[in-house]
Design a protein around this ligand. Structure first.
Ligand SMILES: Cc1cc2nc3c(=O)[nH]c(=O)nc-3n(C[C@H](O)[C@H](O)[C@H](O)COP(=O)(O)OP(=O)(O)OC[C@H]3O[C@@H](n4cnc5c(N)ncnc54)[C@H](O)[C@@H]3O)c2cc1C
Ligand code: FES
Ligand code: FES
Length: 487
């Protein structure tokens, strides 16, 4: 194993090396930049992915040699996750024509639309707009809103910021990043050519950064206490909020083997290391209910790093992808020393934050069957606010009605038990019965008594039981084909 105890990335158009003799590998990108003098535009608001004041852009080299830019919350990204990438801060956006500083089009538009008052949020908003500018020409209002979901501004109000987004992204011209792209791509290739697995050691911490799946499994076998991380959007909070020192980390975010995506006639295969934002953009037509789920999942900054493997691996009872994948009847592909094995997602979770993953395995992929035409799949999320909030109660529901009766039903709930759980008794009652309002109202009574949820800060047990019951009625009203005649 080559171990230089360093990682390298591009910043200010130069290769920067970070030496972990000096820094902890769980230093966040935000804290690293704020501890130096040149990149202090980035701000800390919450240190938990909620405010977007720390938003930066990452440039990632694509197979065709181009660079793809994405906004990230730098408070949740550890330094080694920058390896082989370009880091772009608000200080990098303006350019110089002769001696005159030229603002980037998104900065200019923010000035012209009066999109900033106190300015604390502004650098983060600029970076989100920059990523939008680089990825979309004439974005829809839906896309602008989504790009800004992860940025809170409490002074200006969003109208001028949205105007700035529309104005700057409406007439695309080449910016300095387009012009510099070949040079930056050459630097990134230079870093990546030297790539081998890394073992970064700092005092009492060790951080493994493998580049191949087999290496990852070998490290998992020899370091059973190493905490697996992928996007780190869950795990980083242990460092930023609980101030834990994580002694051993196995970072699998560089494993290309986990980023496979394919669509066949019958199924979509999603690599566990794919970002949720990538998946969202690919599945709109083929798995629309998964698209709906991911459209109200965190923010664009969170989805740009958070992975499907991480959401399933966290096994949270309010994790959003579990119920909807249960409704689709998906299977989880696990990889370990003996190769791969498939587990149906209904058998994957076995208790509070417990899965069937063995200590030397990891999630490699998820296979989602493409539903036949007559299958209805829907996703519902109840949370205190629509955007950037985790579920109070969620439902992933599937239904097939054949010859006038229910022939297949899945009612998978999040937030109703210690684990994502199907309403077995209610499903059994509905099977073979007509999908009518009368039958569904009887089923709602069974459902109300089927779960004993918790009361917590998000909701009382009673509110959860009522919500779960009413979601079934909503599902019926959105899927019953009987015409309602207005009286
Ligand atoms: C601001 C904010 C908003 C959020 N919003 C939502 C939301 O709307 N809905 C929601 O469900 N969650 C939400 N989350 C939680 C989190 O973003 C998701 O659970 C995310 O999918 C985790 O993915 P990750 O790759 O970042 O996981 P990580 O933090 O890297 O890992 C999470 C867990 O999964 C395990 N793991 C990671 N990859 C694998 C693998 N391949 N195989 C086995 N185990 C693995 C890790 O060991 C760890 O225990 C939010 C988090 C934040 C900070
Ligand atoms: S500091 Fe608030 S999202 Fe990072
Ligand atoms: S300008 Fe003050 S919070 Fe946005």
């Amino acid at each position: 194993m080559k171990n230089t105890n360093k990682i390298s990335f591009v910043l200010d158009q130069k290769i920067v090396d970070i030496d972990f003799d000096l820094l902890s590998p769980t230093t966040t990108v935000l804290n690293y930049l704020r501890s130096g003098p040149f990149h202090r535009g980035v701000k800390e608001g919450c240190a938990e992915g909620d405010c977007g004041a720390c938003t930066l852009a990452l440039g990632e080299l694509q197979e065709d040699g181009s660079i793809r830019y994405k906004a990230i919350d730098s408070c949740l990204v550890f330094l080694p996750q920058l390896h082989g990438k370009q880091l772009i801060t608000v200080e990098n956006l303006s350019s110089k024509a002769e001696t005159i500083e030229q603002l980037h089009p998104v900065q200019k538009a923010m000035v012209e639309s009066n999109g900033s008052q106190c300015g604390y949020c502004t650098p983060g908003i600029i970076m989100s707009l920059f990523a939008l500018y680089k990825n979309e020409n004439k974005p829809t209002r839906e896309s602008i809103d989504d790009a800004l979901t992860g940025n809170l501004c409490r002074c200006t109000g969003y109208k001028p910021i949205i105007e700035a987004a529309s104005a700057s992204c409406a007439h695309h011209s080449q910016d300095q990043f387009t012009l510099n792209e070949p040079a930056i791509a050459a630097l990134l290739r230079q870093i990546q050519q030297l790539d081998d697995e890394k073992k970064l050691v700092h005092q009492n911490q060790v951080y493994f950064l493998p580049t191949r799946l087999r290496q990852a499994i070998r490290i998992r076998q020899s370091n059973p206490r190493a905490l697996l991380i992928s996007g780190s959007s869950d795990v980083a909070l242990r460092v930023t909020k609980k101030h834990e020192v994580l002694p051993e980390i196995l970072d699998i975010s560089s494993l290309k083997d986990l980023k496979h995506f394919s669509i066949s006639e019958n199924a979509v295969t999603l690599g566990a290391g794919l970002s949720l934002e990538f998946i969202r953009t690919q599945v709109r037509d083929v798995l629309p209910a998964l698209f709906d789920t991911l459209s109200v999942f965190g923010s664009r900054q969170i989805r740009n790093v958070a992975t499907l493997g991480g959401n399933l691996g966290s096994a949270s009872p309010i994790g959003d992808t579990l119920p909807i994948l249960m409704a689709y009847g998906a299977a989880v592909v696990l990889y370990g020393p003996q190769g791969t094995r498939e587990v149906l997602i209904k058998d994957f979770i076995v208790g509070y934050r417990k899965t069937v993953i063995k200590p030397d395995e990891l999630i490699a992929a998820v296979i989602v069957p493409i539903p036949m035409d007559e299958m209805h799949i829907k996703w519902y999320k109840i949370s205190k606010r629509k955007d950037l909030d985790i579920s109070t109660v969620s439902g992933g529901f599937g239904l097939r009605v054949s010859d006038g009766v229910v022939s297949e039903i899945v009612l998978a709930y999040g937030g109703m038990a210690a684990q994502t759980k199907r309403a077995d008794k209610t499903e059994a009652f509905l099977l073979g019965k007509p999908w009518s309002r009368e039958v569904v109202e009887e089923a709602m009574l069974i459902l109300y008594n089927e779960f004993e949820p918790l009361t917590d800060a998000r909701a009382s047990a009673e509110m959860r039981k009522i919500s779960a019951r009413n979601l079934l009625l909503k599902f019926w009203s959105e899927t019953n084909t009987q015409k309602v005649v207005a009286s």
